[in-house]
Write a protein that binds this ligand. Structure first.
Ligand code: SF4
Length: 443
């Protein structure tokens, strides 16, 4: 097999992009990049296209001078401007490649800034190291969640709550669904993060500078006092908010796969029932039954269809599980994030598949051609392959620039699985229609 020594069309996004997703999931939090201006512009553009929302990300706007002499002055000035312009309770400072390459001591600069400004504790500044040459957006997301908890969680009296950490990037609709499940069980919980409103805000007059919503800051502080942490997402192990809470405050920590597909949603539902000691409301039993019915209905259309699934590790893992459950043939499974845990987990579901991780779209394209793939499923960044090879692409995950509705795309839970199965089947049926004559279509 030929080896690429350069990444061509990466299948990941920048590491600080993940930090923005995590920071925007906390109330009154303003994300800021320490680095050059372009990183902020580029990531704002991606997120604004994906969520169809205005996205503000401040930048310390390092120039040549900062790159040579250090960016301390820029970062301090930027922090002052953010406080003045947005009045946030938290500023999340993520580094970009340039700041890391010149070895900026961001925690040191922040502590100097606090002393110089005589800042009270009512504003928290959270630094997180996110150079894109070290990790992907998924890793940036998880490292930021850990940094948030490290900065804020503080021990007090036990609160008998469940910490639910969403350790993989999902949509605002997915978060709303998970919240609803917890609420319908009267589960006393803290959800981290919650960008269901901040990335999918209703249209109102006089939009606030920072959108309302997010996990309350007091809730994040209280995570140190919960009785249990449940993390959704099993692939990204290196940084884990739940692992930190377990190691530091002895809070038992369980990890489950993202609840995508029948079995993984069952695992989540059963765990919630075990934690709360209550059965889920009957409507979930009905949703489950409808999903099973859908699976039976579509089996004749989807069985043995060769599919390629690519994107974020935990999402790809869940979707691989789902497409296997409906009898498809997942021949190529790929993630741009280098992650042996992901590869092993996928292998356990579908040992015969070609599994790529840390790959780019050149690798994915080659394997798609080698395996005669009939359907692709992943972010819109796979569209060049889709157009070149004339294979339909179902857009799932981030980024999605060229279709609307990414914020409302539900993938988790029984309902999300049923919707995705419908989309997969209808895409295949449409493909079949293209090869029919008008008379055949009428019949
Ligand atoms: S410098 Fe790094 S963080 Fe900025 S856009 Fe480039 S890869 Fe992304």
């Amino acid at each position: 097999m030929s080896k690429n020594y350069a990444t061509v069309n990466p299948c990941v996004m920048c590491m600080p992009m993940g930090s923005v997703l995590a920071f925007r999931g906390i109330e009154n939090t303003m994300p800021m990049f320490h680095g050059s201006q372009g990183c902020s512009t580029y990531i704002r553009l991606h997120l604004a296209h994906h969520f169809r929302e205005p996205i503000d990300i401040a930048s310390s706007a390092l120039s040549e001078r900062g790159a040579v002499y250090g960016g301390t002055a820029n970062l301090k000035m930027g922090l002052k401007n953010v406080i003045k312009g947005y009045n946030p309770r938290i500023i999340g400072v993520a580094t970009t490649c340039l700041a890391e390459t010149i070895g900026e001591d961001v925690p040191g600069i922040i502590s100097e800034f606090r002393q110089e400004e005589g800042m009270a504790d009512d504003i928290t500044i959270i630094p997180v190291s996110t150079p894109s040459y070290r990790g992907s957006h998924e890793e940036g997301y998880n490292e930021t969640l850990k940094a948030i908890v490290q900065s804020l969680a503080s021990p007090a009296l036990p609160n008998e709550k469940l910490n639910l950490v969403i350790g993989a990037i999902v949509s605002p609709a997915d978060i709303r669904y998970l919240k609803q499940m917890l609420d319908e069980l009267n589960c006393n919980r803290i959800l981290l993060p919650d960008f269901s409103d901040t990335f999918d805000a209703p249209l109102v007059e006089n939009n606030p500078k920072m959108p309302a919503g997010g996990t309350p800051i007091d809730d994040v502080k209280d995570m140190a006092n919960s009785s249990e942490t449940l993390s959704l997402g099993i692939c990204t192990q290196a940084a884990s908010a739940g692992g930190y809470l377990e190691n530091t405050f002895n809070i038992p920590h369980t990890r489950l796969p993202l609840p995508i597909g029948l079995e993984y949603t069952d695992m989540f539902a059963w765990k919630l029932e075990e934690i709360t000691g209550q059965p889920l409301p009957g409507k979930y039993e009905s949703e489950r039954g409808r999903l099973l019915d859908t699976m039976v209905d579509v089996h004749k259309y989807v069985a043995k269809v060769r599919i390629a699934v690519f994107g974020d590790t935990d999402t790809v893992l869940g979707i691989t599980k789902l497409v296997s459950e409906i009898g498809m043939d997942p021949v190529v499974i790929a993630s741009g994030t280098h992650n042996p845990v992901f590869a092993e987990a996928v292998k356990n579901i579908t040992p015969g598949s070609t599994i790529l991780h840390g790959c780019d779209f050149t690798d994915i394209h080659r394997e798609i051609k080698n395996h005669g793939v009939e359907l692709m499923l992943g972010p819109f960044t796979g569209r060049q392959i889709s157009m070149k090879e004339n294979i339909p692409l179902i857009r799932v995950g981030l980024p999605n620039h060229d279709r609307v509705g990414a914020a409302r795309q539900l993938v988790v839970g029984y309902e999300g699985a049923a919707r995705l199965v419908d989309t997969i089947t209808n895409t295949l049926l449409e493909l079949e229609d293209k090869n029919k004559t008008v008379t055949e279509l009428i019949i």
